[in-house]
Design a protein around this ligand. Structure first.
Ligand code: ATP
Ligand code: MG
Length: 474
């Protein structure tokens, strides 16, 4: 790390200060201390700035936020990490707005402290920053493991951790399968709400009226058949977190109701007379181009502004190709252990084909691919899937068909560009998307970038409509 870095710890409580000093102790750091706000401000007038400052938010003489503000006014490049007692969401928000790089809540774990310090000092002191990606896994509850492999994902993981402690809405953007749901779960787990409920609602999966009653509940007689009252997801998630997935598919009227919940934390059940108060953190996710969705009034602008205070955008897998082999090996090991099988090796050709492939379904698709390969183990099939199902080919075909003169959606047209070559791959891709969208055909068609009618045709063609509980395709 190119020489020693100077770290200044500002804290007047001896036991916390000693803990920080012991934990940070290393040959690479020269650690200094100060006990009051005035002492720091005075010192920084006279001495060169340290590489990093740990600043307690409760100091005996001044509010830590005030110290932060003054420090950053006089030296805007100063790197400051604030810390305080357990979970103080408002304090976190203000500190971040004043330019703190991170905010740690006590008890501060050793690993957390070291991770933060090395991230900040490495980022700022190391030239280039082009280090090799490393893979880390983290249990985030509900039998889910978060995998963080690229530098960018490390940064996103840290951003999420930071946002988690600030009790505000979060907007997650990114293509399907990039991990928005997983990230929402991580945010919940790292927040003060971790011990309470985390619920997901897919806004694209239900028709409007059903979605409303699902979210907000109903009273007896609210509609035909409402013989018993029922609480909605917002009530069930009280004190916890709710993930509103595919927010762009929430009908505009309902978006208004959601806006009220965000503003006043209250709402009415369907047919209800008295307002219900809840304390729920909302995380919204969408794979739409959000600016366009707002411009075309698919998402209310006022709702968007409520949600977008903190936005995290997950990059598509094809923009971090170098981690593809790493992820494949990781998932192979994981699934092999899960299914009690010997993991299969990937040949060089397979890793190359996978690295070149565009993964339109992102990590979800990669996971499914590895799972299939483990179970079926036909290298030739797997390679064919990667080498021939280049989505550009399919997309091009679809686009030219849409722009074509006759504009017909008949399966014959489709055949002409798919060339009968990969019906299997196509059927599987369609079936995957239908599963992902809980058989919401409109949404599935949108994700596949084909018309609704074309999708219905394909469902019929491949006999995919054997889905329990679904009405057959007409
Ligand atoms: N970082 C990750 N670590 C581990 N698994 C991941 C990660 N990202 C995605 N996955 C896997 O990919 C699948 C899809 O992830 P997720 O549902 O979070 O994506 P999404 O962005 O919400 O997609 P969609 O919009 O289609 O719902 C998950 O089931 C998860 O197993
Ligand atoms: Mg999801």
């Amino acid at each position: 790390m190119g020489g020693t870095s100077r770290i200044l710890v500002v804290e007047n409580e001896p036991h916390v200060r000693d803990y920080l000093l012991t934990t940070l102790k290393s040959d690479s750091f020269q650690i200094e201390t100060a006990a009051t706000g005035l002492e720091v401000l005075d010192r920084l007038q006279k001495e060169p700035a340290p590489d990093l400052i740990f600043l307690e938010s409760l100091l005996p003489d001044m509010n830590g936020l005030e110290v932060l503000k003054r420090l950053r006014e006089s030296q805007p490049t100063l790197r400051v990490i604030m810390f305080s007692g357990p979970c103080q969401p408002r304090m976190v928000m203000r500190a971040l707005h004043l330019g703190a790089l991170d905010y740690l809540s006590e008890p501060i774990r050793k690993s957390e402290l070291q991770a933060v310090v090395s991230r900040i000092l490495d980022n700022h002191l190391r030239p280039g920053n082009g280090s090799e990606p490393t893979l880390q896994t983290e249990d985030i509850g509900d039998n889910t493991t978060l995998v963080v492999a690229s530098n960018e994902m490390h940064r996103i993981r840290e951003q999420a951790a930071l946002i988690a402690t600030a009790d505000v809405p979060v907007l997650l953007l990114g293509e399907s399968g990039t991990g928005k749901g997983v990230l929402a779960q991580l945010i919940h787990k790292l927040s003060c709400r971790a011990r309470n409920t985390f619920l997901k609602v897919n806004c694209a999966a239900l028709p409007s009226e059903l979605l409303e009653s699902e979210l907000f509940g109903y009273e007896v007689g609210a509609f035909t058949g409402a013989t018993k009252s029922k609480p909605g997801k917002f009530e069930l998630a009280d004190k916890g977190t709710i993930l509103l997935d595919e927010i762009g598919d929430m009908p505009i009227g309902l978006q208004g109701k959601l806006l009220h919940v965000l503003q006043d934390q209250q709402f009415f059940r369907l047919g209800g007379q008295s307002p219900i108060r809840v304390d729920v953190r909302v995380i919204a996710a969408t794979n739409l181009d959000i600016k366009e969705a707002v411009a075309s009034a698919k998402i209310r602008a006022d709702l968007y502004y409520r949600l977008n205070a903190f936005t995290i955008t997950l990059p598509p897998l094809r923009e971090r190709r170098m981690i593809i082999p790493l992820l494949m090996k990781h998932f192979m090991a994981q699934f092999a252990a899960q299914y009690g099988r010997e993991p299969r090796e990937f040949s060089g050709r397979m890793l190359k084909a996978a690295t070149d492939y565009t993964w339109p379904g992102n990590i979800r698709e990669l996971e499914n691919f590895v799972r299939r390969y483990l179970i079926i183990g036909e290298e030739a099939d797997a390679l064919r899937e990667l080498e021939t199902s280049q989505p550009e080919t399919i997309e091009q075909g679809i686009t030219s068909r849409h722009n074509g003169s006759n504009g017909s959606d008949s399966p014959n047209d489709l055949k002409s560009f798919v060339g009968g070559l990969k019906s299997g791959a196509e059927a599987r891709a369609i079936s995957d998307i239908l599963d992902q969208t809980n058989w919401n055909r409109k949404e599935a068609a949108r994700r596949l970038n084909i018309s609704y009618k074309a999708l219905l045709n394909k469902i019929q063609k491949y006999s995919l409509d054997i889905d329990p509980g679904q009405t057959p395709v007409s």
